[in-house]
Design a binder for this molecule. Structure first.
Ligand SMILES: Cc1cc2nc3c(=O)[nH]c(=O)nc-3n(C[C@H](O)[C@H](O)[C@H](O)COP(=O)(O)O)c2cc1C
Length: 214
């Protein structure tokens, strides 16, 4: 059906963008510099880890992957969230119950390899009742990112990122946490790229300009 078709188109476009980013590094210092490639050539190991129940956060995560030439890791719930689970108008739906329960730690399927190898971890999630879904707590309790820099980002219907990221910091205390950023569901690659360019991430900055004399 059409869904299958659009999935394969998505896959193809991701592959194309990866190829696009890698071309400038392979073709020496010729021609116009590509902004994205400057970041890609920085040599920093960058992870984009995200949870997305309905695809909005995934959209932003994929833009980040393209812009940063990063590893992409989806935090997948062992028990997938159904639309019933996400029906927040129903007080007792699974998502609501988890958000209300300080001890809730929904299980994650699969494993992230070599978490310690990343210099920068972008951490993405949807806002659920003003906070991060509890599966983010599971994720941060499962892996030690050492002294990496963690950059939170989220999508929401309208809420800002609020204190959602502050609440996560206790689970990775040795990390340097940057201020997080909220995006709307359909955020564009340009929007994501311009946020990245403004971040305080010295390990990503590769100056294209020669230092001036004097
Ligand atoms: C249980 C639940 C609670 C939510 N709470 C909020 C909220 O407090 N504020 C808000 O703006 N949007 C809220 N939303 C909307 C989501 O944040 C928004 O749709 C988000 O982009 C979903 O991202 P995803 O597609 O990556 O899962 C909530 C959604 C769910 C399912």
């Amino acid at each position: 059906g059409t869904e299958v078709q659009s999935r394969s188109e998505q896959t193809q476009s991701v592959q194309e963008s990866e190829a696009y980013v890698s071309i400038p590094s392979a073709s020496s210092e010729a021609s116009e510099p590509v902004e994205d490639a400057d970041i890609a050539e920085s040599g920093a190991n960058i992870l984009v880890a995200y949870f997305s129940a309905t695809g909005n956060t995934e959209n932003v995560a994929r833009h980040l992957q393209t812009v940063l030439n990063a590893e992409l890791y989806e935090i997948v719930a062992e028990e997938p969230y159904t639309s019933e689970d996400l029906d927040y108008n129903n007080e007792s739906c699974r998502a609501n119950q988890e958000q209300q329960d300080p001890d809730a730690r929904p299980a994650i399927a699969g494993t992230l390899e070599n978490p310690e190898e990343y210099d920068v971890v972008f951490l993405g999630y949807p806002i659920w009742w003003g906070g991060a879904p509890k599966i983010l707590y599971t994720f941060l309790e499962s892996y030690d990112f050492g002294d990496a820099t963690i950059v939170p980002f989220c999508t929401s219907g309208s809420s800002g990122i609020g204190s959602s990221a502050d609440d996560l910091q206790a689970f990775a205390e040795n990390a340097t946490w940057l201020e997080g950023q909220r995006f709307s569901a359909g955020a564009s690659e340009e929007e994501v790229a311009s946020w990245v360019e403004g971040l305080d991430l010295p390990m990503l900055s590769v100056s294209a300009e020669e230092p001036t004399a004097g």
